[in-house]
Design a protein around this ligand. Structure first.
Ligand code: SF4
Length: 353
């Protein structure tokens, strides 16, 4: 299949302060998974935390008018551009367009043409793009008997005809299946025909481990072929896990350099150091660092430093003593109960260097 519209050849649009499509960096998205809290400060604090972890855009479901109004208020002060996810109700779209930076809505689901026109006219006036989401599991009834990929392409074609007939072209498309293979195929097919930027992801991918495997397979393949302008790893897990997985996929694809590479040993019978606990305690802090650094947490004093000699900073220990090493060489010894704080100090020092 001839892929014509690799990411740099796609249209470019703005989602708040994030540029999407063309040669813009591939952005990471997640979706808010709880009811919207009444406490706005709490909500903004959570969004700031996701931003620090590497999230670029956040989506919220909009089930009712109250939520639509709240998002329209939060949108202008949010640390992350907000995508409002609307199903069917054009009135909710009109409300959120007063404050959010993108709307996910399928024109084919809105109903009468005048309603579609109203939504698109307001989005155009405000320079707000929309995302059209084609999901393999919820295709329009008349397309459900087709093989899934065929049905998804036909659904995308119908949406594009509707949008273009109304002169609207600021659209991002997602074509998601719960099958990694179908997600790859359908996005290749789309990129061979249309220049709209693609939002990639395997939908309903499952809990952490299978979800990460399916998304990694599909996204690394597509990103490596030059397809995809933004990604969301959907997992039955908290938002931060989706963001961190997205980051690691982009790093593996060579699309988001920098940040900390955590090297940690799996532990074995020689281990005398609480590798898993220490990694669990410090990983979120490490993910917030932008400087390229390799930090190793190893299970034993004898093999650990040697196995992690390429790491900028490493830690291991035995008995009541922890040791910190730099590039495999001993830097300092500390009591075990001060290991975490000592590691933080070394990392702060390495960031300044
Ligand atoms: S670093 Fe030590 S504890 Fe960890 S896997 Fe290697 S030999 Fe085992």
């Amino acid at each position: 299949m001839n892929i014509i519209y690799t990411r740099e050849k796609t249209r470019v649009m703005r989602v708040g302060n994030v540029s999407l499509g063309g040669d813009s960096p591939v952005s990471i998205q997640t979706m808010w998974k709880r009811a919207l809290p009444d406490d706005r400060e709490l909500l903004l604090k959570e969004l700031r935390r996701f931003a620090v972890l590497g999230c670029d855009i956040i989506r919220f479901a909009v089930p009712n008018e109250e939520n639509a109004k709240l998002l329209a208020e939060i949108g202008p002060i949010s640390p992350l551009p907000i995508v409002a996810d609307i199903h069917f109700d054009y009135r909710l779209a009109l409300i959120v367009l007063d404050g959010v930076q993108k709307v996910r809505i399928n024109p084919g689901n809105i109903g009468a043409e005048w309603k579609v026109k109203e939504v698109l006219a307001k989005a155009s006036d405000k320079g707000i793009p929309i995302r059209v989401g084609i999901n393999g599991g919820s295709l329009p009834r008349k397309l459900r008997d087709l093989p899934q990929v065929e049905g998804m392409i036909a659904a995308a074609e119908n949406e594009i005809e509707l949008l273009e007939a109304l002169g609207f072209k600021d659209a991002v498309f997602s074509l998601k299946s719960s099958s990694a293979g179908n997600t790859i195929e359908v996005n290749r097919r789309f990129a061979s025909r249309w220049d709209y930027p693609l939002h990639l992801g395997v939908t309903e991918a499952g809990p952490m481990i299978p979800g990460i495997v399916k998304n990694t397979r599909a996204l690394l393949q597509l990103l490596g072929e030059g397809i995809g302008s933004t990604i969301r790893v959907s997992l039955s897990a908290p938002e931060e896990d989706e963001v961190v997985t997205g980051r690691e996929i982009l790093r593996e694809a060579g699309l988001r350099p920098g940040g900390v590479d955590i090297v940690s040993c799996p532990r074995c019978g020689r281990s005398e150091f609480p590798v898993h606990e220490l990694v669990g305690q410090i990983q979120e802090e490490l993910y917030a660092i932008r400087k390229p650094l390799t930090v190793a947490v190893m299970g034993c004093v004898v093999n650990g430093p040697e196995e992690a000699r390429h790491a900028d900073i490493g830690i291991t220990g035995s008995g009541n003593e922890a040791i910190i090493f730099r590039h495999g060489e001993l830097k300092r010894k500390i009591p075990m109960d001060q290991a975490l704080e000592a590691l933080r100090e070394e990392i702060r020092e390495a960031i300044k260097e």
